[in-house]
Each structure stands twice: as structure tokens, then as C-alpha cells.
Design a binder for this molecule. Structure first.
Ligand code: ZN
Length: 79
């Protein structure tokens, strides 16, 4: 099992909501596969998930919505 970079606690696989607070809008990605520390609650993402989140954010911030809520599972095809 992986260790937390903050406190060396155990990381647990969990789906979390990722919130990006940008200048003009807020983007919420729900159901993101992540590892959460059972001790301090620190959330970390795998390399693939982090890259995918970046793609989602850069795509969504071009839309004119102030608040965007997307399901991570619906964005798996964004290349
Ligand atoms: Zn921790």
C-alpha cells in the first residue's frame, strides 16, 4: 500500500470531487479516482488522472459557464 507524502499514513482508493477555482469560473469534477490518506485526508492522484484533470480544466475554462460540474467518467474520451 502507498504511503501519504505528508504523514506516511495509509492511502485508500476513493472517489473524490476535484474543484478547480479559476479566475472566472469554478469547475467541479465529480467521482475522480484518487488516493486519500486515512490519517490526514491528503488527496493524491495517479499520473494518468492528474493529466486527465488538466485536460478537462483547460477544455472547460473556454466555456462561458461560471460553474461547471462534470462527471469524471464522462470525460474519459477527452484526448
Ligand atoms: Zn497523510
Amino acid at each position: 500500500m502507498n504511503e501519504c507524502i505528508m504523514c506516511k499514513g495509509n492511502l485508500v482508493d476513493k472517489k473524490t470531487n476535484f474543484i478547480a477555482d479559476l479566475e472566472d469560473c469554478i469547475i467541479i469534477v465529480k467521482g475522480v479516482p484518487s488516493q486519500v490518506c486515512s490519517q490526514c485526508g491528503e488527496v493524491s492522484y495517479s499520473h494518468e488522472v492528474a493529466a486527465q484533470l488538466e485536460k478537462i480544466i483547460s477544455r472547460m475554462k473556454n466555456t462561458m459557464t461560471e460553474i461547471a460540474v462534470v462527471q469524471y467518467s464522462n470525460t474519459a474520451c477527452i484526448a
